[in-house]
Design a binder for this molecule. Structure first.
Ligand SMILES: [Zn+2]
Ligand SMILES: [Zn+2]
Length: 814
């Protein structure tokens, strides 16, 4: 009898699978199998694999293996998101070169992935920091540059003082750096941006076609932040300047009692001059110069100063005072807003602080609001009042009618705005893909010609962060000649955000060795879009939005024939410890690889997948508090080994009850695997194991059950299943290329039992029902029974007693 011993079987199969090329995607265009692209979010090489990797990749691997056994030609690639801050910071801390540190970690992670038995096609492996890869990142940058989608502008940006680099808006979480948690500050710098805002509406519209978690789509919708309303033009009385504002509530225009500019609005100096208030405005501007935009958004809404000029309300010709205030941002809308204190809370607070009139122009139905008694703004629907020709018109119709009227009068027009800003992609750091632009005194920004790519990242650079780009210190890199006229010129010294690298890596997997282009369109056409993407929800508005943006740009360039890169998305939960996220500083870090060495990779996977629904967080303290104690799933695998072994030594056929259980299990587990309910699938396999045990103990056979159990186990515990399939059950080829077991409809059908229907304790009907029929179903069937109704003869039922699935008693008043 073969005992289960992970340390004996797992390393053996790692080598045999590799030698057999088991997980290589077939490149034969004539391969008749439907293709399936299973993609895991690739890894940052900032250390060895952590628990989050172990969880995500266990799920992703189960998906890929299941697809293969279901007859697909599977592409399940692996690579590394190898540029970027985490690796660079870790290297600096250790005093070694980021390249050395990064590639050492990649080697370590690759060894760990192999040890865990991940079904990767290693022949397609890529690192974004390889020149063979970033050459094409640079090539794609240039295509965006040609199309006007990559541009440089001076703008206030988020600056992380610790990392000494700018951050995209998406990388600022609650006012702090996404990487290190340091509060960001504001700087005005000339930076490169990608014009993702051109794609805002398409990014919203195309979400319709995605099978993604609702949570992720909601986060993207909110981030893009579309609002509909009207654009209205005010005039400055003293200077005659026309200023546009955007409002979602044009029906409140008659309630405007002041007007506010952002500090950075280009008209502010001129207006302060006209109003004689330059010194006050200048001081405020100075004070706010270093305040980050994210903080400004939450700024005290009462702060602000008068400019001394007036804005003319286009709907009634009223002149209202003009202010500058920190809560108005140049980055959103037009940098100017109208103040309607009765119907906007922030305006309300501002008006109270500055003693400005509050005028109610929308009343709640059947109520009167008195401005003096109001303690907060009324921002809901209602009836327009004090609004000239529109008195009595109700919202939401009022918004439409006022907008149409504004347009007729030439005072405004319908408008849509988005919260989404352009994607800031330049970084003042070393470890990234250089931006392939040359700055020429004669010709300005000049693209490096395609045949001179890649612009190599030099190795011999003082890469410590210092505010300027480290590449700027390397004269050999900086000084070059203009590709157009040959004049002395300087290279751009910023590097690209690592999110640019990861925005397109899944295209490269389709033809990773192509030396003439980023990807072969025919191969992309064959494999993409990605059928199943697996990764963390923390990428909802960064990576996942950028991937969708890049895909739309590639579509517009005619390079691909689809507009969404990933059809299905699955987010795994986090692995936490004792209710808190794991970290070294908290001292609750559990690393997966030592446990893999101790328990075996299959036990590690089963432990994770069995812990709960895949999308929920796993608390490691609850599932494996003591590494010295053998987890329950190991004991179960031991029982599987014994049962399968014994089954092979029996000639007797599987008994009827076991056959029914086997086929029911195949049906149920197939369904569970399709819905990523790995934990439920595992518990059903445990029930089947118990069924086999009973049959064997009764002297019956269990060979059919043994074979099915082994196959159903294969995506979840690939080593144990392979050992049983080939060495115990004696099959000639891998369980992972075997066909997923089919179930027999008749056998899989639920067992039927007889439901007795009584009326006042007398048997009136007998109905066949599923053995798992519940209370509701039994009650319904009994009440619908003709025989029971006949027996009732019109009497009223006062009570229904149900003992599902065997008995229902209908009790009458009599
Ligand atoms: Zn930082
Ligand atoms: Zn030039």
């Amino acid at each position: 009898m073969r005992r289960y011993d992970a340390s004996e079987i797992e390393p053996k199969w790692v080598e045999r699978w590799e030698a057999e090329g088991l997980y290589r995607a077939s490149e034969d265009p004539a391969d008749p199998r439907p293709r399936f692209y299973a993609l895991d979010m690739f890894s940052y090489p900032s250390g060895d694999l952590h628990m989050g990797h172990a969880e995500a990749y266990s799920g992703g691997d189960a998906v890929a293996r299941f697809a293969a056994m279901r007859g697909h030609n599977v592409l399940h690639p692996v690579g590394w998101d190898a540029f970027g801050l985490p690796a660079e910071n870790a290297a600096i801390k250790r005093g070694i070169h980021p390249k050395e540190w990064t590639y050492a970690n990649i080697d370590q992670q690759a060894r760990s992935f192999r040890r865990m038995g991940m079904s990767f096609d290693w022949t397609r492996r890529l690192n974004t920091s390889d020149p063979e890869y970033y050459r094409w990142t640079q090539w794609l940058f240039l295509r965006l540059f040609e199309r006007g989608l990559a541009y440089r502008k001076n703008a206030p940006v988020n600056w992380c003082p610790k990392d000494a680099t700018v951050l995209a808006n998406e990388q600022v979480i609650n006012g702090a750096c996404e990487r290190c948690g340091t509060p960001v500050v504001r700087r005005d710098l000339t930076q490169w941006f990608f014009k993702i805002t051109d794609y805002a509406q398409r990014l919203l519209d195309d979400m319709e076609s995605l099978d993604w978690p609702e949570r992720v789509m909601t986060m993207q919708r909110n981030w893009i932040g579309r609002s509909e309303g009207a654009s209205v033009t005010f005039e400055i009385a003293e200077t005659g300047d026309a200023v546009e504002v955007f409002t979602t509530r044009p029906d409140t225009l008659w309630g405007v009692t002041f007007f506010v500019f952002a500090l950075e609005h280009p008209l502010v100096p001129k207006l302060a001059d006209a109003g004689g208030t330059e010194s006050g405005a200048g001081a405020m501007l100075e004070a706010l110069r270093t305040m980050p935009l994210v903080t400004r958004e939450q700024a005290d809404s009462r702060e602000g100063i008068r400019l001394g000029v007036h804005a003319v309300n286009p709907v009634n010709g009223e002149k209202v005072p003009v202010f500058v205030a920190p809560y108005v941002l140049m980055e959103y809308g037009t940098g100017a807003v109208m103040g309607v204190p009765a119907h906007d809370q922030r305006d309300f607070e501002f008006a109270r602080a500055h003693d400005l009139p509050i005028r109610v122009v929308v009343q709640p139905e059947g109520e009167q609001r008195d401005p003096d008694a109001m303690t907060q703004a009324y921002d809901h629907d209602g009836v327009m009042v004090n609004s000239g020709p529109f008195d009595g018109v109700r919202s939401p119709e009022s918004i439409e009618r006022v907008t149409a009227w504004l347009e007729e009068q030439g005072k405004g027009r319908p408008a849509v705005t988005y919260r989404l800003r352009d994607w800031l992609i330049s970084r003042q750091r070393y470890w990234g893909a250089p931006i392939p632009i040359v700055h020429c005194p004669e010709h300005g920004e000049v693209a490096v010609p395609d045949d001179q790519l890649p612009v190599l990242l030099p190795d011999d650079v003082d890469f410590r962060p210092g505010g300027e780009s480290p590449l700027a210190r390397q004269q050999g890199f900086v000084n070059t000649v203009c590709p157009i006229g040959g004049e002395p010129a300087k290279r751009d010294t910023d590097t690209m955000d690592t999110f640019v690298d990861s925005a397109w890596y899944y295209y490269r997997y389709c033809s990773p060795k192509d030396e003439t282009r980023p990807f072969d369109p025919a191969e992309v056409d064959r494999w993409m879009p990605v059928d199943q993407y697996i990764g963390g929800v923390e990428h909802a508005i960064l990576h996942l939005l950028y991937c969708r943006f890049f895909t739309k740009v590639l579509f517009d360039m005619g390079m691909i024939g689809f507009t969404e890169p990933m059809l299905r998305l699955m987010n795994q939960g986090q692995v936490i410890f004792d209710g808190a996220s794991m970290s070294k500083s908290r001292g609750n870090l559990v690393e997966p690889m030592p446990l893999v060495e101790r328990w075996g990779a299959d036990t590690m996977r089963l432990n994770i997948l069995f812990a709960g629904p895949f999308e929920d967080d796993i608390d490691w303290k609850l599932i494996a508090p003591d590494p010295d104690r053998r987890p329950g799933v190991t004991t179960w695998l031991g029982r599987v080994f014994t049962a399968v072994g014994e089954a092979c030594e029996r000639d007797a056929p599987d008994p009827e009850t076991l056959r029914r259980l086997t086929h029911r299990t195949i049906r149920a587990v197939t369904d569970d695997m399709e819905r990523f309910r790995f934990n439920v699938a595992i518990s059903k396999l445990q029930v089947l194991t118990n069924g086999m045990r009973s049959a064997l103990d009764a002297g019956d056979g269990a060979r059919e059950a043994a074979s099915a159990l082994t196959q159903l186990l294969a995506p979840l515990a690939p080593f144990a299943a392979e050992e049983l399939w080939r060495e115990v059950l004696g099959n000639g080829s891998s369980v992972h290329t075997s066909a997923w077991p089919e179930f027999d409809e008749a056998l899989a059908r639920q067992e039927r039992v007889t439901l007795v229907v009584q009326v006042d304790g007398k048997v009136r009907d007998r109905i066949e029902v599923d053995s798992d029929a519940g209370e509701e179903a039994c009650r319904g069937l009994a009440l619908a029974s003709d025989k029971a109704r006949h027996a009732l003869d019109g009497r009223e039922i006062v009570k229904v007693i149900v003992r599902a699935p065997r008995l229902v008693n209908l009790v009458t008043a009599r």
